[in-house]
Design a protein. Structure first.
Length: 337
């Protein structure tokens, strides 16, 4: 998926412009990456985000408004039954990810490659570290030294935004964190069920209308783009890029920012026709996603979403990317085992 959502697969490059890194087998780690072993487990007093309990239930999964992109496969709406589970109230923060890195020595794929994608208005790097613009999505810049610890480029630091969601983490990096923490990624069905917060059939976690009837910043329920994408952001919601993970009101289950801020990895393979298969089965119980697909599912939208270009901040919206992809608007939250 190469659009405002994320720079897409195959866009990482080595330190010299023009040399595109070939796609690798899904699940394969770069040789330099640290794979978490059984001895590197999170301590019992770890500073991870608190969980909220999601009750078992059945819900209508998918887009009831026919507003989604056909290629994303948001329809048909189908009935899904989900067992009780516990999920983190927020996406994993920089501070939490730093604890993981300190304990394990893990190197993210962005660090191993040496570059990652940063939105053009947010870059903090010397001109020599801006290698190129990503083909077809020129608002994404390939920046040397951009990674989870330097989210805007080498002249930035995670310690300046410790309570913001961690970004520049691939699906593989998220799995490594989960192994250390004794957790897992949510399935796509779990993610949407929890994100809805008990409100059936709504566009957003708070209802059907994007804004509150309130002045200025109080009108905003989430962190998305305002203005003219991708050149002018009025920042009426208060943020050009990421917001602290507990910004804005939580949904009915206590989850923060399931619309906007950062995309979140789910465990499922992405296959646009999968919902048609589910509908044919009747009520699907705890679906784990298709057995094959073109990358992994991403949910929730990000601070770059705007209804003029990418309205994937709706609850039913879905996107995908390859397991080794990462960018400045992509993070994750976790589920208790």
């Amino acid at each position: 998926m190469a659009d405002c959502c994320s720079p897409g697969a195959g866009t990482r490059e080595h330190s010299r412009p023009g040399l595109t890194l070939p796609l690798r087998t899904v699940g394969e780690h770069p040789k330099a990456s640290h794979v978490v072993g059984p001895s590197a487990k999170a301590p019992s007093n770890s500073n991870r985000t608190g969980d909220v309990e999601i009750p078992a239930g059945t819900f209508a999964m998918g887009d009831p408004f026919n507003e989604g992109y056909k290629s994303d496969g948001e329809s048909p709406v189908h009935e899904v039954s989900v067992s009780k589970f516990r999920i983190s109230a927020t996406s994993v923060t920089n501070e939490e990810f730093a604890e993981f890195v300190e304990a394990t020595g893990h190197r993210t794929e962005s660090e191993t490659y040496g570059t990652s994608a940063v939105f053009h208005l947010a870059v903090k790097a010397h001109a020599s570290d801006i290698l190129n613009r990503v083909n077809n999505v020129p608002w994404w810049l390939n920046v040397r030294g951009a990674d989870w610890a330097h989210p805007a480029g080498p002249l930035s630091s995670w310690s300046d935004v410790p309570d913001h969601p961690v970004t520049h983490v691939s699906y593989n990096d998220a799995l490594a964190y989960c192994e250390w923490a004794g957790r897992r990624l949510p399935t796509e069905a779990e993610w949407e069920y929890a994100a809805r917060g008990g409100l059936p059939g709504q566009r957003y976690p708070w209802g059907n209308e994007l804004h509150n009837d309130a002045p200025a910043g109080a009108a905003h329920n989430c962190n998305i783009w305002q203005g003219e994408f991708p050149s002018r952001n009025t920042i009426n919601d208060g943020y050009l890029t990421t917001a602290p993970a507990t910004s804005f009101r939580p949904n009915g289950y206590g989850l923060y920012q399931t619309s906007g801020n950062v995309w979140e990895w789910c465990s499922d393979w992405f296959l646009p026709k999968y919902y048609k298969t589910c509908l044919a089965q009747g009520t699907v119980e705890d679906p784990q996603g298709p057995s094959i697909g073109r990358g992994r599912v991403m949910r929730g939208g990000s601070y770059l979403c705007h209804d003029s270009y990418c309205n994937r901040y709706r609850l039913a919206a879905r996107s995908s990317n390859t397991a080794d992809s990462a960018s400045a608007n992509l993070g994750f939250r976790t589920v208790a085992l």
